[in-house]
Design a protein around this ligand. Sequence first.
Ligand code: HEC
Length: 187
Amino acid sequence: MVPCFSGSRWKGCARSRFRREANVVIERATPGALGYGLIEAIPDADIQFYETNPPLPGISGRAHIVFALEDEEPRPPRVGRFGWKSVLPTMKSFTSDAELNEMGLTNQQLGTDNDPNGNNDPACDDAILDPELPQDPETLLYFTDRASFFLRYLAAPPQTPRSGMTGEAIFDSIGCTACHSAAGPPS
Ligand code: HEC
């Protein structure tokens, strides 16, 4: 056990530890967050169009069909976009998932804490009423909604000035625009 907050009642519980028998350990590279609202705004059908209409020979793929955490049952299937494996389809799902899994904050969509090492040890329970993230009494919005709005409207970084720059032309000429297309599928 790694004692993280010694003296607190969570001593030894606040961080997962590597098991002795673990023989694969990876470092985590966090994806960016800028311009994600634009990715969210692409219609599912536009992404699915390219499953059957490859932009270039040899460039093909499958949409990852998943569910939004905020959708009510029966949840409609949606195209995943966020997370390394496109496991989440919306900014709200992405935010809820990050709140619980990166910060340990339960929310409207994910209301149960993940205990260290998945052991459900009651000694590790933070004893805080779930969901931990609050509702704003004035707007009645939940914290997750407000954080999602913020993230959704974070602008993509500006393009460098075009004059005298060859980057865009090279990007196009070496085939990057087969996937990183500025336009959607032909209508
Ligand atoms: C076969 C399709 C495909 C081609 C061709 C392609 N990309 Fe990508 N690229 C992707 C996908 C999909 C992602 C998103 C990966 C993710 O976030 O999980 C990505 C992500 C990126 C990112 C990271 C963007 C960010 O903000 O996180 C960069 C930079 C990038 N590509 C550059 C290039 C360059 C330069 C080329 C041409 C040499 C290229 N890509 C060609 C599919 C492609």
